[in-house]
Design a protein around this ligand. Structure first.
Ligand code: KIV
Length: 301
């Protein structure tokens, strides 16, 4: 196996580092922000080297990487393990760590400690927190501790039990009003960007026009200041039918299955490894070994 230090086929050594300041600059320039999830070193490198602006270690790794039913089970330590791996693979992109369920809802002190762990131990440059205006004060405190925060409103998967399922939010006038209040409160609290998930396009457009923080949408239409998708969704690695907003850009499931089947078939039919895939003794050692074996055979006769 080789994971060489070269930066890969799509790497751009001259690429400027994407920072929290770049988020605002791109919004002002009307230049869409690109964001994808990554959960390990190799995919982080590929995503970063392909030029994506923001790499999110989302708590969606609970399902995509760990096979949990939803995001509620994943722990701080599990998240940190993945953030550290992604940190080693990301150079140019901004690295965002998702605060898992239970890591910020209990009390502000433990929320601050957990956010600081992502920065100090994981090397994250920003943390993401789900929830609207009720999280504004906590977000202020985390920003006061010099940690940039991304907000996340709309269909927030950590609220699955309260929402009664994964439902598009902001479809009624009261729902829209609440989302607007949430967005404005988080903007005033100072979020560096705001993830909008599972809300009508029209509402996302209103929020994006209203607040100064850039919005990054997932299932929130094209008027957001940027777009995020889950890497496993765009690569068909989720073992489930995709949501309406997912566009598949590749079929890694087919690629992996075909490669694994071909390997299995080659091993079972003695096609792998071939001679050129094998190591050989140096010529003199081979000759000496043959002599020893010949002497042994002669003694046995
Ligand atoms: O966990 C995640 O992947 C996310 C994105 C969907 C925004 O929060």
């Amino acid at each position: 196996m080789s994971l060489t230090p070269n930066r890969g086929p799509f790497s751009d050594e001259s690429r400027p580092k994407f920072t929290t300041a770049s988020l605002r600059e791109q919004k002002l320039r009307h230049e869409p922000i690109t964001c994808l999830t990554a959960y390990d070193y190799s995919t982080a490198r590929l995503v970063d080297e392909a030029g994506i602006d923001v790499v999110l270690v989302g708590d969606s790794l609970a399902q995509t990487m760990l096979g949990y039913e939803n995001t509620l089970s994943v722990t701080m330590d599990e998240m940190l393990h993945h953030v550290k791996a992604v940190r080693r693979g990301v150079k140019g992109a901004l690295l965002v760590a998702d605060m898992p369920y239970g890591s910020y809802q209990i009390d502000p002190k433990s929320a601050l400690r957990n956010a600081a762990r992502f920065v100090k131990e994981g090397g994250a440059e920003m943390v993401k927190i789900e929830g609207g205006e009720k999280r504004a004060e906590l977000i202020r405190q985390i920003i006061d501790a010099e940690i940039p925060v991304a907000g996340h409103i709309g269909l927030t998967p950590q609220s699955v039990n309260v929402m009664g399922g994964y439902k598009v939010q902001g479809k009624s006038l009261t729902g829209i009003e609440q989302l607007m209040r949430d967005a404005v409160a988080l903007d005033r609290a100072g979020v560096a960007c705001l993830y909008l998930e599972g809300i009508p396009r029209e509402v996302a457009a209103m929020i994006s026009a209203e607040i100064s923080a850039p919005t990054i949408g997932i299932g929130a239409g094209p008027e957001c200041d940027g777009q995020v998708l889950v890497l496993h969704d765009i690569l068909n690695l989720t073992f489930a039918p995709p949501a309406k907003f997912v566009r598949r850009y590749g079929d890694a499931a087919a690629l992996i299955t075909n490669a694994v089947r071909a390997f299995r078939a080659d091993v079972r039919s003695h096609q792998y490894p071939a001679d050129e895939e094998s190591y050989h003794l140096p010529r003199e050692t081979g000759a000496a070994l043959n002599e020893v074996l010949a002497r042994k055979r002669a003694m046995r006769r």
